[in-house]
Design a protein around this ligand. Structure first.
Ligand code: PRP
Length: 176
């Protein structure tokens, strides 16, 4: 197992600034309302924790677990629900907080799943988005950074379970 660190693609300070910008935009759009923020485990927990602390509005947190990559770098296309929400969403203003939309298959599954629970509104916030890799139609309401097709890790994103603890978004240059 290599101990080489992934190359920095998006440094910590750029992520921090982007999160402040997203939080300000969300707080403006939802002024006077209460939000239910949904953390998509596992990858989103770092972004989620940083983002919600910058949103200056009444907010409740829910967690859902989804997985489609296993230990691979390409989506299996089959999304597994590994953990469900604990509260109903009916009548709530829901924002899905995701680390990355790549093929979009995870988000497509999640949006359909949550719409069926009849929220008042449903929007999507993703830190990272790979427009060229998208395999379905999706509306992404808040996007942090657009990427190419490179496989990225860090700041919650893993490769075979590793690198979630990196404070930056990085690229794996060699086999690990
Ligand atoms: C990652 C990421 C997104 C999804 C995006 O999750 O956190 O949920 O892939 O990929 P897609 O747009 O191609 O569907 P993963 O399945 O690796 O599980 P994890 O969050 O537990 O790491």
């Amino acid at each position: 197992m290599s101990h080489e660190l992934p190359k920095v693609l998006i440094p910590e300070n750029k992520i921090k600034q982007k999160i402040q910008d997203l939080a300000t935009e969300i707080a403006f759009d939802y002024r006077g309302k209460e939000i239910t923020a949904i953390c998509v485990l596992k990858g989103s927990y770092v972004f989620f924790a940083d983002l919600i602390r910058k949103i200056d509005l009444p907010l409740s947190c829910e967690f859902i677990g989804l997985s489609s990559y296993g230990d691979k770098t390409e989506s299996s296309g089959e999304v597994k629900l590994t953990l469900d929400l604990t509260e109903p969403l009916q009548g709530r203003h829901v924002i899905i907080i995701e680390d990355i939309v790549d093929s979009g298959l995870t988000m497509q599954y999640l949006v359909n799943n949550l719409k069926a629970r009849k929220p008042a509104t449903l929007k999507v916030c993703t830190l990272l988005h790979k427009p060229d890799a998208l395999q379905c139609e999706l509306q992404l309401d808040y996007v942090g950074f657009k990427l190419g097709r490179e496989f990225v890790v860090g700041y919650g994103l893993d490769y075979a379970g590793r690198f979630r603890n990196l404070p930056y978004i990085g690229i794996l240059e060699h086999e690990h």
